[in-house]
Design a protein around this ligand. Structure first.
Ligand SMILES: NC(=O)c1ccc[n+]([C@@H]2O[C@H](COP(=O)([O-])OP(=O)(O)OC[C@H]3O[C@@H](n4cnc5c(N)ncnc54)[C@H](OP(=O)(O)O)[C@@H]3O)[C@@H](O)[C@H]2O)c1
Length: 229
């Protein structure tokens, strides 16, 4: 049975696919960038380029994933946002963030439902859903994703396990790419590889809450349990 990971070309998604391949799992993945631009340490797995803000491309990505066969799990991890006040947003940028972080994930869950039967759906939210100054549109997209996931967990219970996982800030460089100036707080950012491992465990554990926060404590406990370096 196959795992499918979006946003696999960078950060948490890249770490997740590397961990899964190291475990011997079958994995297929997608990212916005093309194959030629993937990092050198990207594993040799089926990969599909897809801009998740493009509704037609998302449908065609879902068809491609469906052809990979039944899924053990889909980890809808891709995400984007801008670190700036609402007054500095543009209509296009706001629509794009909602399309990538919310609409694409709803569309993928909708289309992948048949191949997810008996499997797991992981939605990667963010603690920003609690309300984070500087990223109101991103926060709104993650809060809505959380609501979607919790509703779907109820609706699909007994058929597909749905979990919404909300990481704290992670040192993937996403915050800087979003426009945030690094400061002393960056030293408290979670390590990407260990956070990816904790996210995979949170999704795959036989028992667990529909909604989970993946914080420093959680990642630390996970490292202790696994004896990870
Ligand atoms: N880093 C944090 O502090 C943090 C905290 C909480 C939650 N999260 C969430 O965790 C997830 C992974 O974040 P990360 O830190 O690993 O960020 P990242 O390193 O910036 O990776 C984001 C991934 O999403 C993909 N992506 C972005 N826009 C896309 C688009 N339009 N179409 C398709 N793919 C797109 C990127 O593809 P390309 O690289 O190919 O463009 C990349 O693979 C996101 O959902 C993020 O919101 C992150």
């Amino acid at each position: 049975m196959t795992w499918f990971v979006t946003g696999a070309s960078s950060g948490l998604g890249l770490e997740m696919v590397r961990l899964l391949v190291a475990r011997g799992e079958a994995v297929c993945a997608s990212g916005r960038r093309g194959v030629d631009d993937l990092p050198a340490n990207f594993p040799d797995i089926p990969y599909r380029r897809c801009d998740l803000s493009d509704r037609v491309a998302v449908a065609s990505l879902a068809d491609w994933v469906t052809r990979q066969g039944p899924l053990h799990a889909a980890v809808l991890n891709a995400g984007a946002g801008y670190f700036r006040p609402l007054a500095q947003e543009t209509p296009d940028a706001m629509a794009r963030v909602l399309a990538i972080n919310l609409d694409a994930n709803i569309a993928l869950a909708h289309r992948l439902h048949p191949v997810l039967s008996g499997g797991r759906l992981g939605l990667i939210g963010s603690v920003a859903h609690n309300g984070a100054a500087g990223m109101p549109v991103y926060a709104a997209s993650k809060a809505a994703l959380g609501g979607f996931g919790r509703a779907l967990a109820e609706e699909w219970r007994g058929r597909v396990t749905v979990r919404v996982l909300h990481p704290g800030p992670v040192a993937t460089g996403m915050a800087e790419r979003a426009g945030r100036t690094p400061d002393f707080a960056d030293r408290l950012f979670l390590p990407p590889r260990q956070t990816a491992a904790a996210l995979l465990d949170a999704l795959d554990a036989p028992r667990g809450a529909d909604r989970q926060t993946v914080s420093f404590l959680r990642v630390g406990l996970h490292r202790l349990r696994k004896g990870a370096a």
